[in-house]
Design a protein around this ligand. Structure first.
Ligand SMILES: CCCCCCCC/C=C\CC(=O)SCCNC(=O)CCNC(=O)[C@H](O)C(C)(C)COP(=O)(O)OP(=O)(O)OC[C@H]1O[C@@H](n2cnc3c(N)ncnc32)[C@H](O)[C@@H]1OP(=O)(O)O
Length: 281
């Protein structure tokens, strides 16, 4: 605790970044010179599905934003219909064992980086946010969403047992009975339904408005001490991340075992077929 506090104070002494604009193919980071807020735009066509390289790019963008002492992160998408379609299902289908293990570790690390980020995090959900797309939004501290899209974790519908840290992401935002029903049904919520259950904080009519609301949210911490804020956030969130932080190997092993079962592979094949068929109609 003392070590991490010292590290944070050292970070606090560094200059607030005034302008940084770094693009990779998969992510785009723009920092507002006045506010120090970084907008991290997911940019993996066609639907921001998370493969190994994309998870890596997201994690490294977030770490870089934090190390540049920005005042907060807004997560959004360059696609105006899809925030993220979740994990790239091709990574899970008949996987190469080594790549699958690396992929899953990246997933764990990306989640920890976002969920326990030292800086305020907000999601401008400008399109569908499915499965891990929803998890990323729910891992942020604030969510604003455009109308007529969908959000939720429907893993049970395609034969995926939801790992504890994903359950915990939902539990950070929603009451237990709501989480239980939503996960067991594999419920996908409309924007309006998501607002009613408080999965999102607000509905807005444009991406610009969403970005402004997120910036206002991050600005609301201007008067707080960033070190005290970050440590308090960590205290509140650590119990939900404890299992994964203390024993990532067990979660990794259990996930890999499950992904490799014939039961999971068969239901994944069927699900991917449905997804492709939809486009041929
Ligand atoms: C952060 C730590 C998390 C740890 C987690 C484990 C938790 C377990 C829970 C979930 C795991 C997942 O995330 S699995 C991913 C589940 N995602 C989906 O089921 C989304 C499926 N996609 C859609 O419903 C739609 O694509 C869409 C609504 C997102 C967009 O619709 P649209 O019509 O705009 O686009 P298309 O359907 O035509 O898609 C274009 C193209 O992309 C392919 N596609 C879409 N999603 C995926 C995906 N997730 N993985 C791989 N490929 C995907 C789709 O088949 C189309 O391909 P073709 O052009 O070749 O037909």
């Amino acid at each position: 605790m003392l070590r991490s506090r010292t590290k944070l104070i050292e970070l606090g002494k560094r200059q607030l970044c005034r302008s940084m604009c770094k693009s990779s193919e998969l992510t785009l980071v723009e920092v507002d010179d006045k506010t120090g807020i970084a907008t991290l735009t997911m940019n993996k066509p066609p639907v921001n599905s998370c493969n190994l390289e994309f998870l890596r790019a997201l994690k490294s963008a977030m770490k870089e934003i934090e190390s540049n002492k920005c005042s907060g992160i807004i997560l959004t998408s360059s696609n105006d219909k899809v925030f993220s379609s979740g994990l790239d299902l091709n990574e899970l289908r008949q996987p190469n064992p080594e790549r699958l293990a690396t992929f899953w570790k990246e997933l764990q690390e990306m989640w920890v980086t976002l969920y326990l980020s030292n800086v305020p995090t907000a999601a401008a959900i400008n399109g569908h946010a499915l499965a891990v797309g929803c998890v990323m939004a729910a891992a942020c501290e604030y969510r604003v969403m455009l109308p007529d899209f969908t959000i939720g974790i429907h893993a049970t519908k395609f034969g995926y047992v939801v790992p504890p840290f994903i359950v915990n992401t939902y539990l950070s935002v929603l009451p237990h009975p709501v989480v239980e029903r939503a996960l067991l049904q594999g419920k996908i919520f409309s924007t309006q339904e998501a607002l009613q259950i408080n999965l999102i904080d607000e509905v807005v009519n444009s991406k610009d408005e969403a970005l402004c609301k997120c910036a206002d949210f991050i600005g609301s911490f201007e008067q707080t001490n960033p070190v005290a804020r970050a440590l308090t956030k960590r205290q509140l969130r650590a119990p939900f991340a404890k299992q994964l932080l203390e024993d990532p190997e067990t979660e990794l092993r259990e996930s890999l075992e499950y992904i490799n079962t014939p039961l999971f592979q068969e239901s994944l094949d069927q699900y991917l077929l449905q997804l492709k068929k939809k486009n041929k109609k």
